[in-house]
Design a protein around this ligand. Structure first.
Ligand SMILES: [Zn+2]
Length: 600
């Protein structure tokens, strides 16, 4: 159970990368500027029409029913279930005459060829792009505290999932001196800097969560924006991860190797209880006892933020042990900061923490599915637009199957119906369009990260990437309000009166490549209520899904994601909740957008 909890956190980190950066709260009129509201849709241009009309709600649901059936066993990466889904997609690509851009077959050299017979026909590519990943099981993490005072050395060991929760997914060790940084906040507008003059480079930084003076009107953190930033309202973890400001990440930017965080609003007893796992269960929410596996791409140099910067939530008891040499306790330091509103940051001489993670490692085979439709222009066909979605999900645990209908059967089906639309449309755009289904997204965007290093078509000729993740659940008013909070502004009544919640679709995109305008134009033929969100993140594309891999490779990207519901990452994410109409509209939008970019 203990491991299951930290793994759930890991999965959420995977889905909503730490890199998500906080947007400044925009004014209502700016929000409206980013809305696309279509009064009356126009007929789609003739050159795109047959493809456009081939995308239907009925076909979308038909494909989704199979992809998210129990037979697929939740499509966990490197299992039989996901391989079935891959073979299914590949066979449909072939049926629809989508061309293959996966691996060349491994042909055993025939005896005839060896003895100088007829040379074999040139090998033909398949649809699957196969690669090996490291599969980590039995991950054990342990933290050792060493306190030196004069000639005396004292050590204490703490177990992961008992005294602390760790996000780290790599089997490596680190050891560093510890410094205390108060709440770990540098906030100019509050005239507050707890990191000034404190050497955190190469150190492990001990901090308190949130900010000082949550309920004290005299606190410099009582201004509305600061309250929203440091005392976010109770929201599901996933929402906080998507839009929330992340202190630990800011501290890591200063060169800290790890952050140990004491949760201000949780008692030790609560933390132990949460690590002990849930006790109540219903059919939709099984208690998952097995630890989730961790997969890594062997030899991949760069690390995702959650792999390289462990944030460790610790108990107060553990914090007090770390503070022992300073002769003070974490509660006293908190009280001191809150009574004086002055930083109490300090180095902790003689205090070293070692974090050691070990695991069993094996190599497993995984597969992306890759097809394409060649462009019609003899020169421009060398440039490509990639449309992709992850088709993996969380697998099954015992008898419980995580069907992953919305996440991300729906996006996978979107890619498939868009591929068929390009195949069936007699007039091809000038550039080539590539269709990818990614494996390993839930484990850390692994399939797309592998692809950008081993692309079917050169990355520097890839003009855009469009990502689909969770496109079958319509918004309602409640969801829109929640999403407004997620991006740090309230969806005002002006906004609510103008949009049809069921047709609401946020589209994020990389700045500077004109992709927002492409979607704005494309929506004239569909009539969704688009919310265009230019990414403010310069690192991982706002985090969250496979577009981050393309963003890291400097490919302009766009990302469509419909409503996130309480079925997210639950066994209740099943096909009968999917809206075929919404899938049809979003897939048509992506078809027109991809066509427009490819035909420019
Ligand atoms: Zn997903």
């Amino acid at each position: 159970m203990k491991k299951a909890l930290s793994s759930i956190l890991l999965v959420l980190f995977t889905a909503f990368a730490l890199g998500a950066q906080q947007a400044q709260p925009p004014k209502p009129e700016d929000v409206l500027k980013n809305m696309v509201l279509v009064d009356k849709t126009e007929p789609v241009p003739d050159k795109m029409k047959p493809g456009f009309e081939s995308i239907t709600a009925r076909d979308s649901i038909a494909l989704l029913t199979y992809i998210s059936s129990d037979l697929m066993e939740g499509r966990e990466t490197a299992t039989r279930g996901i391989q079935l889904a891959a073979e299914y997609a590949a066979s449909l690509f072939k049926l629809w005459r989508v061309q293959a851009a996966g691996d060349l077959p491994v042909v055993p050299r025939s005896m005839a060829a060896m003895f100088g017979g007829t040379p074999p026909a040139p090998p033909v590519k398949g649809y699957l792009q196969e690669f090996a990943m490291k599969d980590l099981t039995d991950v054990q993490s342990r933290l050792t505290l060493e306190l030196r005072q004069g000639a005396t050395v004292k050590t204490r060991a703490f177990e992961s999932g008992i005294e602390y929760q760790s996000m780290s997914s790599t089997p490596e060790s680190l050891s560093a001196p510890v410094v205390f940084a108060g709440y770990g906040i540098a906030e100019k507008t509050a005239g507050w800097d707890e990191l000034k003059g404190l050497d955190v480079k190469g150190k492990i930084v001990l901090i308190l969560s949130e900010a000082p003076g949550k309920n004290d009107p005299k606190s410099p953190f009582q201004a509305k924006e600061l309250k929203e930033k440091y005392f976010p309202p109770e929201m599901p973890f996933a929402y906080r991860m998507m839009g929330g400001f992340n202190k630990a990440r800011e501290i890591a930017k200063l060169g800290a190797v790890a952050v140990l965080q004491v949760r201000v609003s949780a008692k030790d007893a609560d933390l132990y209880k949460s690590m002990a796992g849930p006790t109540a269960v219903d059919d939709a929410r099984p208690i998952v006892n097995e630890p989730r596996r961790r997969l890594l791409i062997p030899g991949a140099g760069d690390r995702m933020p959650w792999e390289s910067s462990p944030v460790i939530t610790i108990t107060r008891e553990m914090a007090d042990a770390i503070l022992e040499n300073s002769g003070t306790k974490i509660d006293d330091l908190q009280k001191k900061i809150e009574s004086t509103y002055k930083p109490a940051s300090m180095a902790l001489p003689g205090t070293t923490v070692t974090l050691a993670t070990t695991a069993k490692v094996a190599l497993v085979r995984c597969r992306n599915v890759v097809g394409y439709i060649e462009g019609s222009d003899p020169v421009l066909k060398n440039e490509v637009v990639v449309v992709g979605a992850h088709y993996d999900h969380l697998g099954k645990r015992g008898e419980y199957v995580f069907n992953g209908s919305d996440d991300n059967g729906s996006g996978s089906v979107g890619v498939m119906t868009v591929a068929r639309a390009f195949a069936e449309n007699p007039v091809k755009p000038k550039r080539t369009v590539v269709f990818c289904l990614w494996t390993g997204e839930e484990e850390g965007l692994l399939g797309s990260r592998y692809y950008v290093r081993n692309p079917a078509f050169p990355i520097d000729k890839t003009v855009a990437y469009i990502n689909l993740d969770m496109i079958s659940r319509p918004y309602d008013e409640k969801n829109i309000v929640r999403m407004g909070r997620m991006f740090n502004y309230a969806a005002g009544p002006e906004l609510m009166n103008k949009i049809k919640p069921a047709d609401f679709l946020p589209v994020s995109f990389a700045a500077g490549a004109g992709l927002g305008d492409v979607f704005r134009e494309a929506d004239r033929y569909i009539g969704l209520s688009l919310f265009l969100r230019e990414s403010t993140s310069n690192e991982r594309g706002g985090g969250g899904s496979d577009h981050s891999s393309f963003s890291a490779a400097k490919v302009p990207w766009a990302f469509c994601i419909a409503a996130m519901t309480e079925d997210y990452h639950q066994t209740s994410d099943s096909v009968e909740k999917a809206s075929g109409d919404l899938m049809e509209k979003i897939s048509r939008l992506v078809y027109v957008a991809a066509y427009t970019i490819a035909d420019k």
